[in-house]
Design a protein around this ligand. Structure first.
Ligand SMILES: Nc1nc2c(ncn2[C@@H]2O[C@H](COP(=O)(O)OP(=O)(O)OP(=O)(O)O)[C@@H](O)[C@H]2O)c(=O)[nH]1
Ligand SMILES: [Mg+2]
Length: 357
């Protein structure tokens, strides 16, 4: 048996390093947060240190095998997409778009907009508007206005009814739920107008609680840990003087989530609430589709896109808006708490999607 330590800005990062090297067979002995040294400690990220034990003779054949299988299934998916694209291109040939529109459509697809979404937007537009007598500037203006409408106005956290409002952050593993919650908490604290509390239901890993506790210490906000639905009601009593309570949830493999999960039962029973579905902009659209399908049972939510700084393009933002028709809310653009978050700016998104032609 050997012992090794892994350090990261979050448990997720440290766990990723650990899993990469040791696979899933390693045993976790302890997890702790270590504060970074330095004068500017206020918003400096704490580090998480995981100590793990592993068998010296561990074979990583299984990992290699899994990796190859993943690679093959990814390539099969790419092939499947190509075939679908070609077959719908053949089908669409009857209704050809004017050349200039065709160029913009390809630009959008190049910028990550799903082929069938781009197709339906342009097909509809071409059916409704006569483009024959329009020059390029006019075409671009029409297109810009159309796309702005599709993206819709961004909706921030609604601070109208602040009678102990609960704000839930849900979504897949590692997308940045806790970091985004901390960013929003930080911004609200800086505004100085609200009385804020924090709840975490991420009790799967001790380090997940620690991660939020560090932020609650820095921001001097009370943190309640809930293990089940009943704890939620206890926390409500304990935090009954708060205007806004931000609730962190455990990242879950989207294939495993169910409407009957404890956290969703608790969430559904709260009247004054807002739900943010946190998605990473870097996730492949195919996977985003399947994640969104799994969360279908939640009637109202707003969408936050994280890791926009790591994203090649913004196509997924339009894709998800078209798929869900839910309000888009914030994007996050880096790891800095609380700075790297902003309200979605639809002009910026549409400009980036259309690019320069
Ligand atoms: N580049 C970049 N990294 C981000 C952003 N937001 C979060 N991260 C990083 O993503 C990693 C995971 O962040 P967490 O906030 O722990 O994610 P989570 O969704 O709470 O993870 P789980 O609770 O494990 O499901 C951390 O390393 C964050 O610093 C972002 O906007 N850009
Ligand atoms: Mg988390």
């Amino acid at each position: 048996m050997r012992i090794k330590k892994y350090v990261g800005y979050t448990t997720h990062e440290a766990m990723n390093k650990l899993k990469k090297e040791l696979g899933s067979e390693a045993v976790i002995l302890s997890t702790r947060t270590i504060k970074q040294k330095g004068l500017l400690g206020f918003f400096k990220k704490p580090m998480v240190e995981i100590t793990a034990a592993y068998e010296n003779s561990r074979s990583n054949k299984g990992d290699l095998y899994d990796e190859r299988l993943n690679r093959i299934s990814y390539e099969l998916n790419v092939l499947k997409d190509m075939v679908q694209k070609i077959s719908s291109e053949v089908k669409d040939n009857g209704s050809k778009l004017p050349e200039q529109l065709e160029k913009y459509k390809h630009k959008l697809i190049e910028n990550g907009v799903d082929y069938s979404i781009a197709n339906s937007i342009f097909k509809r537009l071409n059916e409704q508007v006569n483009f024959e007598d329009k020059d390029n500037i006019k075409i671009k203006t029409i297109l810009r206005e159309t796309l702005l409408e599709y993206v819709g106005l961004a909706e921030p956290l609604n601070t109208d009814d602040l009678n102990q409002k609960l704000v839930f952050f849900i979504g897949p593993t590692g997308v940045g739920k806790t970091t985004t919650l901390a960013k929003i908490a930080g911004k609200l604290v800086m505004e100085g107008k609200y009385n804020i509390g924090l709840i975490t239901s991420d009790t799967y890993r001790i380090a997940a609680i620690e991660q939020l506790r560090v932020y609650s210490d820095i921001l001097q906000l009370p943190l309640k840990i809930i293990y089940n639905e009943e704890d939620m009601y206890k926390a409500l009593v304990n935090l009954n003087d708060k205007d806004i309570i931000l609730v962190d949830t455990a990242g879950r493999n989207h294939k495993e989530i169910q409407e009957g999960d404890e956290i969703f039962k608790a969430m559904n029973s709260i009247k004054n609430k807002e739900v943010f579905l946190v998605l990473s902009c870097t996730t492949e659209y195919k996977i985003l589709q399947s994640i969104i399908k799994q969360y279908n049972f939640i009637p109202d939510y707003k969408i936050i896109f994280t890791k926009v700084d790591e994203c090649e393009n913004l196509g997924n933002i339009l894709n998800v808006k078209m798929l869900t028709n839910k309000p888009l809310s914030y994007i996050t653009t880096g790891q800095n708490v609380p700075d790297d978050i902003e309200l979605i700016n639809r002009e910026k998104i549409v400009n980036s999607l259309l690019g320069e032609i």
